[in-house]
Design a protein around this ligand. Structure first.
Ligand code: HMG
Ligand code: MG
Length: 301
């Protein structure tokens, strides 16, 4: 067992969470959420995406969101860009970091970005060139790493293939998405072992949705292997518009509580984080999905 002494949390709630809301959350509310997350100590925050507004109208205001959030030393704001058109729109907003997203499953790739895995990787090459030229950092995602809503089982070797292609292309970190939250700890661990044979462990991130309530257990199993980056969404916001039934990402409050309780540092203030989650949950007229947040609320915190 070799837990990393410090884990970096990548907060994806403002993007992965809000992209799946039925109603479009106003820019003011998004900006207030992002500021509250930064106040709580989050240093990596995914704030939107430059995808087709016809496909995901919830993210159509990402340029406005970027224009309104305050630049802070040491805080990185990232946006998703599926193609050169999206990258150019992001570049016009002076972004410093973008994320590309590919899938380990052919059917999901087709439904999510309307092209094959191979075509998506080919689209990324000119983005990488331009990003290098403009000194924009690029993160890479692989979806469906523990199962696909259309194809079922996805072999670990297929995940490793896409992950290593993204890494070789120049993505500084590869985030492995259990898009439909279907994995279990032993499967998650074997997957990480297989992918880490091709991409260094310290360049891997976990992006686990919590549909089947396994995310925290899966994260723990992978932490034992030395993983040090975890994606999560405040209040457990989220899902994926192209994966029916997929629920939110693992809640940031739950991950932070677990890690700090184990002596692993995150740099995040749990009570400020809980407040950020409560405010957005109130706006969405529901309770936070985070159990930790509910426990804090029950104690009046
Ligand atoms: P397409 O229809 O094949 O695109 O969509 P196209 O190139 O044929 O263009 C069609 C129209 O879209 C054109 O406009 C383009 O200008 C426009 P028209 O001439 O008809 O007026 N267009 C764009 N507009 C704005 N921004 C752009 C853009 N590109 C084209 N970037 C496309 C292809 C990739 C655009 C579409 O499929 C798309 O937007 N998909 C995004 C889906 C998405 O956002 N999914 C959720 C994020 S991924 C996720 O949640 C998984 C993750 O969390 C990890 C995990 O959990 O596994 C990351
Ligand atoms: Mg996701």
């Amino acid at each position: 067992m070799s837990f990393a002494p410090h884990v970096r949390i990548v907060e994806v709630g403002p993007r992965d969470g809000l992209q799946n809301e039925k109603t479009i959350v106003p820019v003011d509310v998004k900006v207030a959420l992002i500021e509250a997350l930064a106040d709580a100590g989050l240093t990596s925050i995914e704030v939107g995406s430059f995808v087709s507004p016809k496909w995901v109208p919830q993210m159509a205001d990402s340029a406005e969101v970027l224009a309104r959030i305050r630049n802070r030393a040491g805080v990185r704001y990232t946006v998703l860009t599926p193609n050169l058109e999206g990258f150019d729109r992001a570049l016009a907003c002076n972004v410093q970091e973008v994320a590309l997203f590919a899938s380990a499953s052919q059917s999901f790739s087709q439904r999510n970005i309307n092209c094959s895995i191979e075509d998506s990787l080919a689209r990324f090459v000119p983005i990488m060139d331009k990003a290098r030229h403009h000194k924009v950092r690029v993160r890479g995602y692989v979806s469906c790493v523990l199962g696909c809503p259309y194809e079922g089982e996805v072999p670990a070797v297929a995940v490793a293939r896409v992950a290593s292609r993204l890494f070789e292309m120049g993505c500084y970190e590869i985030s492995l998405g259990d898009t439909i939250g279907i994995g279990t700890p032993t499967k998650a661990r074997s997957l990480i072992e297989r992918v880490a044979a091709d991409v260094p462990m310290d360049r891997l991130a976990l992006h686990f949705h919590d549909t089947y309530g396994q995310a925290l257990a899966n994260i723990y199993a992978c932490l034992e292997l030395g993983v040090s980056v975890i994606d999560s969404a405040v209040a457990g916001l989220g899902g994926c518009p192209y994966a029916a039934g997929a629920s939110g990402n693992v809640a940031t409050e739950d991950v932070v509580y677990m890690l700090e309780g184990m002596g692993v540092k995150t740099g995040i203030d749990l009570s400020l984080l809980g407040l950020a989650g409560q405010v957005i949950s109130r706006h969405l007229q529901r309770m936070p999905a985070s159990k930790v947040s509910r426990a804090l609320m029950a104690r009046g915190l």
